[in-house]
Design a protein around this ligand. Structure first.
Ligand code: CA
Length: 229
């Protein structure tokens, strides 16, 4: 799932952008100030930034300039003024594109998609990317090792992730507790099967709407567990 940061102080615009991007399958976060926005853009893991120009704390030109010293992800500048566009061109800020307010959400989404695919072509590495695992409302981004439940990111410990990833990669097969323990903790690891049970419970609490009546990881009594595709 591609991650987008919107830095925009007009809440209604930021929310409109977010809604359209989410409908189109993007994960979106919003910052309403330039100074906090640049911090998040630099420290976070985003695939693209949508950046307003008139912002409290630090204007979009400065945010863009600072971001460019550290990252080469696509930046889409948003401006309400014709003069800004001339300035963007003149300053050579390294913004990949700009869009003027008011714009249609469809246009924004199209621009975002175009920039992401262009950037992907430029940065394609030799290592093939694996596909996300998508099971109903659950999305496992197997490259970034991130998990989303109904569009919201949920954090997992390394072992919880390993267990969930193994089960989701092998759906509709029953695994005994011994098999799962061996797969995730390894043969020589100290520990007992109760650890596995605890991890299954924690995963269910994170991914299931009703953990007592799980839809993803089913208990097969007397045998083990099965992940339902
Ligand atoms: Ca603004």
């Amino acid at each position: 799932m591609k991650r987008i940061l919107i830095i925009e102080d007009e809440e209604s615009i930021a929310e409109l952008e977010r809604d359209y991007l989410e409908i189109n399958g993007f994960y979106v976060e919003i910052e309403s100030r330039g100074d906090s926005g640049i911090k998040r853009a630099l420290h976070g893991d985003y695939d693209l930034v949508i950046l307003d120009i008139m912002l409290p704390g630090m204007n979009g030109f400065e945010v863009c300039r600072l971001l460019r010293t550290k990252k080469d992800i696509p930046v889409l500048l948003v401006s309400a003024k014709k003069e800004d566009i001339d300035k963007i061109r003149g300053l050579g800020l390294g913004a990949d594109d700009y869009i003027t307010k008011p714009f249609s959400p469809g246009e924004l989404v199209a621009r975002v998609k175009a920039h992401l695919s262009r950037y992907e072509r430029l940065t394609e590495s030799a290592e093939p990317k694996r596909d996300d695992l998508k099971i109903r409302g659950l999305v496992i981004d197997t490259n970034a090792r991130r998990v989303y439940v109904n569009g919201k990111e949920v954090t997992f410990t390394a072992k919880e992730y390993a267990l969930l990833f193994f089960l989701a990669s092998n759906p509709d097969r029953v695994f005994s507790k011994d098999e799962l323990f061996e797969k995730v903790w390894g043969l020589d690891s100290m520990g007992d099967l109760a650890t596995l049970t605890v991890h299954i419970r924690k995963i269910r609490e994170k991914i299931e709407t009703d953990p007592a009546n799980p839809q993803y990881i089913k208990t097969i009594w007397g045998v083990g567990y099965r992940f339902e595709s």
